[in-house]
Design a protein around this ligand. Structure first.
Ligand code: SAH
Length: 265
């Protein structure tokens, strides 16, 4: 380890007794953790983690740190969000040094916002360490530029699975923008979402991709069209976690691969 790396891993605020850090664990590959995540994990007495966290990341906490699974996976029984927040509050009030490890970035579709509101309301001190969000990392890791001059000026990050008390996202409005759409938690609702986007004016031939388990050894990429993506995903038996990308930038992947092949030949 160089002195510069050692300094980054040692400096910075320390996790205090009675404090909770929400830490982004990145998309999957432990090499995509931040140095801050590594530093804070090493100071944890308790790690409360999701289903999406790689065991090698949990191994960065001290061997005697308590590990509490608070997994949330669509379609399977999972602890209520309120129970997770209550648990974090109770651990902090017991004077523990608590890391709440969350997949990707804690504040992107991960209910991190709800957790810090709960902590703040209870008077518990907290910090939030950003992580690499799956929706962007999945694209980069599979050779799809999230922005490409001439192709798009914006990129939308949307949930395919709104909370029960929330309205359906305005798919027609998103279709009208004509910018690429990255969907989290969407594969089980892909048929309805693609139908709504086509009804909103997007061409059925718009390139679309599903990237499952991005940045892990299980990573799979499926490329199709907006009209075909739901059936193709079912046929390929792709399962969560997966990111769905709809937009012309999907085609850049094939173009890049072809060019790279030419360069290599
Ligand atoms: N806070 C997380 C997102 C939590 S919502 C983040 O910033 O990445 C959970 C959804 O994230 C999953 O349903 C899936 O859509 C996406 N996701 C998380 N990890 C993923 C991965 N390795 N590959 C593909 N999608 C992933």
């Amino acid at each position: 380890m160089t002195p510069a790396l050692e300094a980054i891993l040692q400096d910075g605020p320390r996790l205090q007794p009675g404090e909770v850090w929400l830490v982004g664990a990145g998309p999957g590959d432990p090499a995509l953790l931040t140095l801050e995540a590594v530093r804070v994990l090493a100071q944890a007495e308790v790690v409360v983690h999701d289903a999406l966290v790689d065991p090698r990341v949990l191994d960065l906490a001290p061997a005697d740190a308590e590990r509490i699974f608070a997994g949330k996976r669509g379609g399977r029984p999972s602890p209520a969000q309120r129970d997770i927040t209550e648990r974090l509050i109770a651990l902090a009030r017991a004077g523990r040094r608590v890391v709440r490890l969350k997949g990707g970035d804690p504040f992107v579709f991960g209910r991190g916002g709800e957790e810090v509101f709960g902590l703040a309301a209870a008077g518990v001190s907290f910090r939030v360490a950003p992580g690499l969000t799956a929706g962007l990392a999945a694209l980069t890791a599979t050779g799809i530029p999230a922005t490409l001059r001439g192709a798009n000026q914006a990129i939308l990050l949307a949930t395919g699975h709104p909370a029960p008390d929330q309205p359906e996202p305005d798919w027609a409005a998103m279709a009208r923008l004509g910018q690429p759409i990255v969907l989290y938690m969407a594969i089980r609702r892909l048929a309805a979402i693609s139908t709504a986007l086509i009804a909103g004016g997007l061409s059925p031939e718009t390139p679309a991709a599903v990237i499952a388990s991005a940045t892990t050894v299980e990573q799979k990429v499926l490329v199709s069209t907006l009209a075909g993506i739901a059936d193709d995903t079912r046929a390929a038996a792709l399962s969560a976690p997966a990111i769905v990308l709809i937009g012309e930038i999907v085609a850049a992947r094939g173009a890049l691969a072809a060019l790279a092949g030419r360069v290599a030949a």
